[in-house]
Design a protein around this ligand. Structure first.
Ligand code: PEP
Length: 254
C-alpha cells in the first residue's frame, strides 16, 4: 500500500553545523509531538552532510535519508560527480531525480533522467521522481499533455518491479519557491491524472500503491488542506523544510 511521505529538500542550503542543529530540532519535535501519525519523513541534505545527518536520524523509525541527485554511471572518471552506489553506501535510501531546478539549470532531459533512474534503482535507492509544468504550459491549457509526456518519456520505461520502488512528486514549476501554492483542487486534479496514467502504463494496483507527493510552496498553513485530498500522499518541501517548527507542523498535518 502507498505511504504518506513528507520529504525535505534542503537544496544548496545550510552549513554542516546549521544542518545538524536543524535536524536535531526536527527529530526532537517530531518524536515529542507527531506520535500518532504514520507519515514517513525523508530528509535530503546536501551531499557532504549525508553521513553526519544520517547518523542523527533515529534508526528503524519514520526517518529516512535521501539525496538530491546522483550521477547515471556506477563508477569512473567523472570528476566532481556522485554515484547512486556512493549514496547508498552512506545510508541514503531515497534520491530526488528530475527536480525542475536540475532540468532547468543543468539541462537534465528525459533521456538522462531515464539513465539516472536505472542507476538509482540498481543501487537499491528509491527515486522521488519530479514532474511539473511551467506557468506558460498551464496557461496554454497543456498541463496534462505535458505531464503525460514527462511520465512516458522519463519514467514509464521502467519494469513493474522497478516502478514499485518509485515515488512521484508533482511540482508545478510556477509554485516552487514562489509562495504561490497550487490550490488543493489543482493539486488533486493533476495527482488523479498521474494515477490514471500509471494505471494505463502498468495496472490498477500499481496506480493505487504509488505515493504521489505535492511540491511547491507547501507550508505549515496549507499542508493540511493539500494532504486532505484523496490522491495527495504527502509533500516534497523546499523552503519550509529549513525551519524546524514549520517542517514539524507539515509532518503533523496528516
Ligand atoms: C522544491 O524545490 O522541491 C520545493 C517544493 O520548493 P518550495 O517548497 O520552496 O517551493
Amino acid at each position: 500500500m502507498r505511504k504518506n511521505i513528507v520529504a525535505g529538500n534542503w537544496k544548496m542550503n545550510t552549513t554542516l553545523q546549521d544542518g545538524q542543529a536543524l535536524i536535531s530540532e526536527i527529530v526532537n519535535m517530531v518524536q515529542d509531538e507527531a506520535t500518532g501519525s504514520a507519515v514517513e519523513v525523508v530528509v535530503c541534505p546536501p551531499f557532504p552532510f549525508l553521513s553526519a545527518i544520517g547518523r542523527q536520524l533515529p534508526q528503524g523509525g519514520r526517518f529516512h535519508l535521501g539525496a538530491q541527485n546522483c550521477h547515471q554511471k556506477e563508477t569512473g572518471a567523472f570528476t566532481g560527480e556522485v554515484s547512486a552506489k556512493m549514496l547508498q553506501s552512506v545510508g541514503a535510501e531515497y534520491v530526488i531525480l528530475g527536480h525542475s531546478e536540475r532540468r532547468q539549470y543543468f539541462g537534465e532531459d528525459d533521456e538522462l533522467l531515464s539513465q539516472k533512474l536505472k542507476a538509482a534503482l540498481a543501487a537499491g535507492l528509491k527515486p522521488i521522481f519530479c514532474v511539473g509544468e511551467s506557468l506558460e504550459t498551464r496557461e496554454a491549457d497543456e498541463t496534462f499533455n505535458f505531464i503525460s509526456k514527462q511520465l512516458k518519456d522519463g519514467l514509464f520505461h521502467l519494469s513493474n518491479e522497478e516502478f514499485d520502488q518509485v515515488v512521484i512528486a508533482y511540482e508545478p514549476i510556477w509554485a516552487i519557491g514562489t509562495g504561490k501554492t497550487a490550490t488543493s483542487q489543482q493539486a488533486q486534479e493533476v495527482h488523479a491524472f498521474i494515477r490514471e496514467q500509471i494505471a494505463r502504463a502498468y495496472d490498477a494496483e500499481a496506480a493505487l500503491n504509488t505515493s504521489i507527493l505535492y511540491g511547491g510552496s507547501a507550508n505549515a498553513q496549507n499542508a493540511r488542506e493539500l494532504f486532505s485530498q484523496p490522491d495527495v500522499d504527502g509533500g516534497l518541501i523546499g523552503g519550509a523544510s529549513l525551519k524546524s517548527r514549520d517542517f514539524t507542523e507539515i509532518i503533523k498535518s496528516f
